[in-house]
Design a protein. Structure first.
Length: 153
């Protein structure tokens, strides 16, 4: 991985962790935080990086699908979908899908537990960003482990 890739991961990590605090407290993520994140990802794209442009564009697909879902349903918030768009633009399609998978793997047991103990019902919303932060952390650890093992980057 080159400096632009690390810069982009740092920006996404900052947006995810700060967004998690806002999401838990207010159930909303500030637009200015997403704008800062988008600006950072764009700057990272112009720095020396290993990820080609075409992979970044393909990486937008999962996030764009979620944006459409958020426009027609309350299953996911627009700010949550925008985070996935940022992640896809910064890391590409494969890592974007893995990020989503890890986030949902972290979210599902918590959601099922909350419904089981009747703290939430099926129609209540659950903050997405805290689970995205955990999924992001797991993926960063896996990236660093792959680099140390000489498998990829």
């Amino acid at each position: 991985m080159l400096p632009g890739d690390w810069f982009t991961l740092g920006i996404i990590g900052m947006v995810t962790s700060v967004g998690a605090i806002y999401d838990v407290r207010t159930r909303k993520v500030p637009l200015r935080l997403l704008i800062i994140g988008a600006t950072g990802v764009i700057i990272g794209c112009f720095m020396p990086c290993a990820l080609p442009w075409n992979e970044r564009l393909i990486g937008l697909i999962p996030g764009i699908v979620l944006v459409f879902i958020s426009c027609f349903s309350k299953a996911i918030g627009k700010g949550d979908a925008c985070l996935v768009v940022l992640y896809g633009a910064g890391t590409g399609f494969t890592r974007s899908c893995l990020f989503l998978l890890m986030t949902f793997v972290c979210l599902m047991p918590a959601a099922l537990l909350m419904v089981a103990v009747k703290k939430k019902n099926k129609k209540d919303t659950i903050p997405f960003y805290p689970f995205a932060a955990v999924g992001f952390a797991i993926l960063v650890v896996s990236i660093v482990t792959q680099i140390r093992a000489g498998v990829g980057g």
